[in-house]
Ligand binder design. Structure first.
Ligand code: NAP
Ligand code: MG
Length: 490
């Protein structure tokens, strides 16, 4: 591997490509700039990665554009074989990948292992699905001619991912785009580019042709996206991250009418109704809230509990939270690692301090003993009002707020009182009641008696300010294709 750096991990050395992946080669940034990646468990830098300039981004688009035509014409069987090899490669490199995710993000290593396996499963699913894609042949109601429909790759695609799932988010986007026959330019988050570097290496090993997959980390995301999205050769942008940046990218997409998929922020309600299995609901709320230290777009942001069971639920929930172990992400016994960055810690602390000043009460007892790294303890707040800032903002940290509701109707009303609409969780043993609430929730995803929703074969995506389009499921590959209609005279 050219242009690489050896990183020591508790499972041995890992070789990280440090260049930009452009046209099948690892190359220096044109200005030779690099940027450092920090380990949130220690606050120390552990690797330096090439920092793509806007000129490098154009080089990547040149490569993607040159590779597009031939990749788009490959058979789906051929693409399926390559997708399967990527799944195999992810599993072969699972140990290094999970340690690197853990090192650059602070995700507990057990969770990082789950992220790697989940990413491999996305490629498994796409490898199966891509050979099953069909067009259609039909007659219009008034007869006279024939309608043929077929799908073609949309073209070079710009894939922008966040730091909270450095591999899974890349796998969703890159996998669907490659399956659809598109060449890609992947831009990882500046905080977590290392995982994408290894992922790029795995794609090359799996036989992805040169120029089809390009990886260009950068410290100047805004300049990069402005440059690329002004270029008419780019045909698609798929973004996961904040609503603010998503909205900005939608504006950049407008002049050239670039197709967009947007997975944005959330403010997920976790509703526990009378008659729920309270023990299970409390245990699951811990998973739905504290996975990845709450830095998850589908995290339970507002825990809304029917008044009659609030006391029992809260007691069980707080007891479980008080058992959570906080520590360095590489320790396999740790439940909650550090947050991804110092600014993330500041944001969460500020939100909690404001809620407490406004009258909320801290009812959990976990503290942090680490004296370095970006740690923040898991917390539970009660007594917050629906008008507090913490009720309307995405917390993106290990802080749960428990609200009480008069009844199911009141719970749903509060749940829907947000500009977001990604996910809602409902706990009730009355399936009819749970389904009725599921129909009323204004979200793209609803989970009933289940704390985890991501699944390659299911359509993941939000409505309202939470986004546009779906990743995974029946339509995931279609997000990267144009449907063509051919009218045939007979
Ligand atoms: P962010 O600032 O929106 O960043 C996400 C990605 O966009 C990063 O790669 C970032 O690069 C890049 N970016 C920022 N400004 C850009 C620009 N002008 N042009 C092109 N790219 C740009 O979000 P974040 O702070 O990293 O992540 C937290 C947010 O993401 C939360 O609101 C969360 O809800 C959301 N999220 C949503 C989902 C979902 O599936 N719906 C999943 C995960 C996270 P840099 O790293 O260089 O800033
Ligand atoms: Mg940001």
């Amino acid at each position: 591997m050219r242009k690489s750096q050896i990183v020591e991990t508790p499972r041995g050395p890992v070789e990280i490509p440090t260049g930009l992946l452009i046209g099948g080669e690892w190359v220096d940034a044109e200005n030779r700039k690099q940027f450092e990646v920090f380990n949130p468990s220690t606050g120390l830098a552990f690797v330096s990665i090439a920092d793509a300039s806007p000129k490098d981004a154009v080089r990547a688009l040149d490569a993607a554009d040159s590779a597009q035509e031939s990749w788009g014409k490959t058979s789906s069987r051929h693409r399926s074989t390559i997708l399967r090899r990527i799944a195999d490669g992810l599993r072969e490199h699972a140990s290094s990948l999970s340690w690197i995710i853990s090192a650059e993000l602070g995700k507990p290593v057990r969770e990082a292992e789950g992220e790697v396996e989940g990413s491999a499963q996305i490629f498994d699913f796409l490898a199966d699905q891509v050979t099953q894609q069909r067009g259609s042949y039909s007659t219009p109601p008034n007869g006279g001619f024939r309608i043929i429909t077929t799908h073609e790759p949309i073209g070079p695609s710009y894939l922008v991912t966040p730091w909270n799932f450095p591999l899974l988010m890349s796998a969703r986007k890159v996998g669907a785009a490659l399956a659809a026959g598109c060449s890609v330019i992947l831009k990882p988050a500046a905080q977590t580019p290392t995982t994408s570097q290894l992922f790029g290496h795995i794609m090359m090993e799996a036989g992805v042709p040169e120029g089809v997959a390009n990886v260009i980390p950068t410290s100047s995301a805004s300049e990069q996206s402005s440059k690329l999205m002004a270029d008419p050769r780019l045909r698609k942008v798929s973004f996961t991250g904040s609503t603010q940046v998503g909205s900005h990218l939608l504006k950049l997409a407008a002049p050239n009418v670039i197709a967009t998929s947007m997975e944005l922020g959330g403010n997920g309600p976790f509703i526990v109704l009378e008659g729920a299995d309270i023990k299970k609901a409390a245990e699951d709320a811990v998973i739905a809230k504290y996975r990845n230290a709450g830095q998850v777009c589908v995290a339970a942001n507002r825990i809304i509990v029917e008044k009659s069971i609030e006391e029992e639920f809260t007691a069980r929930f707080v007891a479980a939270v008080n058992e959570l172990k906080v520590g360095p992400a590489h320790d396999p016994s740790v439940d909650i690692g550090p947050l991804a960055s110092e600014s993330q810690v500041c944001d969460v602390r500020e939100l909690v301090e404001q809620a407490v000043a406004e009258g909320a009460e801290l009812i959990s007892e976990v503290t942090v003993s680490e004296d370095s790294g970006y740690f923040y303890p898991p917390q539970v707040l009660a007594g917050a009002s629906r008008e507090f800032r913490i009720a309307s903002e995405e917390i993106f940290g290990p802080v749960a707020v428990v609200y009480s509701a008069e009844n199911a109707e009141d719970a749903i009303q509060f749940a829907n009182a947000t500009e977001y609409g990604l996910v809602g969780y409902i706990y009730s043993e009355d399936v009819g009641m749970a389904l009725k609430c599921a129909e009323e929730l204004k979200t793209g995803i609803v989970a009933i008696n289940r704390p985890v929703v991501a699944e390659p074969s299911a359509p993941f995506g939000g409505i309202k300010a939470s986004g546009l389009g779906k990743e995974g499921g029946e339509g995931g590959i279609r997000e990267f294709q144009n449907e063509k209609y051919i009218a045939l005279a007979l």
